[in-house]
Design a protein around this ligand. Structure first.
Ligand SMILES: Cc1cc2nc3c(=O)[nH]c(=O)nc-3n(C[C@H](O)[C@H](O)[C@H](O)COP(=O)(O)O)c2cc1C
Length: 370
């Protein structure tokens, strides 16, 4: 209430991107408050624990990629109650992104449109930052995902080497890596979702994953792939086949949509990725499809239009093991994660589920009986 009635109206008076940058910078300077925030916002309950491959999250709600692109405020995120956080997208080369303005609020639709274009400090700078954090004992106590994108100046034919550079540079610091082949704001990036290109990319990344794990005497790091919501299910099926054959740990479904403008209340022609409420049903339909096709064998992180516990529950019932929020965090504010987690417990109790793992895919109707 406090956020929605008093803080958000003031924040929303200012330029969206400036407000975002200032908020992340402020949060980074307030990282000493993490413990106090934790007491306010963290929901501890074993029923909320979920696992994706070797990753264990204390609750299923993660911060989606793009919010903390440079890993600036890593220390504070656990304080808001997140079960995991994904930084990035990080590209091999530092880059400024697209010309401004490039981030737009659509309050009447509870949505955002962005065409930032992977503005980030680049793999070297961010790896150095994370190394420093690790040395000073400041690495986050929740799983850290690293979202990797392609540098704008690199052509798709050289994309694998570009992703590989960032993967290697960040390898010691990420608990998992998401290959982002689905941003609508880097020209031709989404073509990397096509079968042959995806095979090439994954073969190179997974081979290096095995090598580095052997050198460092650790287990291979989980690799996930994030897909767009703008394709036919037949293409999703091809992607699933590639991911399963390349031993990918999971799939993030979905990124923002380049389309779906027809039902917006706000009149806008701004190109870019639309996120928030208007994306919710589409992304859930992708989750439902992936869960059905894989019979639950490919873990799904659901992303798209999650604002409330009901939204998260719907995605988990459709087949997501965990979820991520971006636009919902902007609109709902600092209590969002706590409200989602408390609400999930309430919904589980109402329906007689003893753990969230039982809820995953339960909408399909065979979770408990087959
Ligand atoms: C401003 C903005 C920047 C984003 N940047 C990235 C990014 O760098 N990498 C990525 O994989 N997704 C990015 N996303 C997509 C989000 O991670 C998320 O998948 C999408 O917005 C749908 O979730 P939401 O409806 O909760 O926002 C971005 C989204 C927004 C709004």
């Amino acid at each position: 209430m406090l956020y929605k009635n008093f803080v958000r109206p003031v924040l929303f008076l200012k330029d969206p991107e400036k407000t975002h940058e200032q908020t992340v910078a402020l949060l980074s300077s307030l990282s000493f408050l993490e413990g106090a925030l934790e007491r306010l916002f963290v929901v501890r309950d074993r029923r909320l624990q979920v696992s994706i491959g070797p990753l264990n999250f204390s609750n299923p709600v993660g911060l989606a990629a793009g919010f903390d692109k440079n890993g600036t405020a890593i220390k504070i995120w656990p304080g808001f109650g997140f079960g995991f956080v994904e930084i990035g997208a990080i590209t091999a080369q530092p880059q400024p992104g697209n010309p401004q303005p490039r981030l737009f609020r659509l309050p009447k639709d509870q949505a955002l449109i962005n065409r930032l274009g992977f503005n980030n400090e680049g793999a070297d700078a961010i790896a150095t930052k994370l190394e420093g954090l690790q040395k000073n004992g400041g690495a986050p106590r929740i799983s850290l995902g690293v979202n990797i994108g392609r540098s704008k100046v690199v052509e798709n034919k050289d994309a694998a080497a570009d992703y590989l550079f960032t993967f290697e540079r960040l390898y010691p610091y990420g608990d998992y890596f998401t290959l982002n082949v689905s941003s609508p704001n880097t020209p031709y990036l989404r073509e990397l979702q096509e079968k042959n290109q995806l095979v090439d990319l994954l073969d190179i990344i997974q081979a290096r994953n095995r090598e580095m794990a052997r050198q460092l005497k650790i287990n291979e790091k989980p690799v996930l792939v994030k897909i767009a919501p703008d394709m036919e299910f037949s293409q999703v099926d091809e992607i699933i086949e590639v991911l399963q054959s390349r031993k990918v740990t999971g799939i993030v479904a979905t990124n923002a949509t380049a389309f779906l403008r027809e039902n917006l209340v706000t009149r806008t022609n701004e190109p870019g990725g639309l996120s928030g409420k208007p994306l919710k049903a589409r992304s859930t339909s992708f989750i439902r499809h992936i869960y059905a096709v894989t019979q639950g064998q490919l873990p799904i992180i659901g992303s798209g239009g999650i604002f409330t516990a009901e939204d998260a529950y719907e995605k988990i019932k459709a087949g997501a093991t965990a979820v991520q929020i971006y636009t919902g965090f902007v609109y709902e504010g600092p209590t969002a994660v706590k409200r989602i987690n408390c609400g999930l417990l309430g919904l589980m109790e109402k329906e007689g589920f003893k753990s969230l793992a039982e809820v995953v895919g339960s909408e399909a109707g065979c979770k408990t009986s087959c």
